[in-house]
Design a protein around this ligand. Sequence first.
Ligand code: ADP
Length: 243
Amino acid sequence: MSVEFTRVTKRFGDQTVLDGLDFSVKPGEHVTLIGPSGSGKTTILRMLMTLTKPDEGTITVDGEALFPAPERQVRTVRRKIGMVFQQFNLFPNMSVLRNLTEAPTTVLGLSKDEAEERARELLELVGLSDKCDARPSRLSGGQQQRVAIARALAMRPQVLLLDEVTSALDPELVAGVLDLLRDIARSTDITMLCVTHEMNFARDISDHVLMFDAGRIVESGPPEKIFNDPEEERTREFLGAVL
Ligand code: ADP
């Protein structure tokens, strides 16, 4: 499913966080957003989740407007998008299984049996079949993040947003989560937008990289180009600091 931002501007108070942003993502493409902290990357994902609205411009998903659009249409489009957050955001008072069945039953209207069958398949995919009945707080950070990924997939999203999903993890747990995401990127045709500080991961899974600075895209291109032979001084400087 395609995603398109046209002249999107976002302000918080008198700070312009995104300034007339234009970019598009093709169906099934994996796009990574890189750049210094505060450059507006998370705000882009949050706008796609309708957690915050642009001040100007248009956002479309699969050719349908997400902004500006009537509330009913926003709900329909929004349902096609899943997100995994840095801090997992699991429901703490529900079992792992129920974390995965809650939205599919209440939002998509699946029966309890259908939702549970799908949830068990996904828990197998993420290697946590034995944790169905556990509360999230009993799991490691890496396991919680894998549950959060399974929960996002349980809604059968056509667009998956990943916001620094390994930043809150202990270093030894990062690789497992990144390997899982690599598998998902390879084996599905989900469109992915990924904010990450893991440059090797970005290099591996991206079809296209967008380098941000101060609310603008300073450079974009395939990962080989951006990581090996960037055009812009700002990109070189940023990569020099993080690699
Ligand atoms: P990044 O993901 O690149 O680190 P963000 O999109 O999180 O950047 O933030 C971009 C800028 O917007 C930052 O200066 C941040 O402080 C500001 N910002 C983000 N969310 C809010 C908010 N809810 N209220 C005020 N300022 C915000």
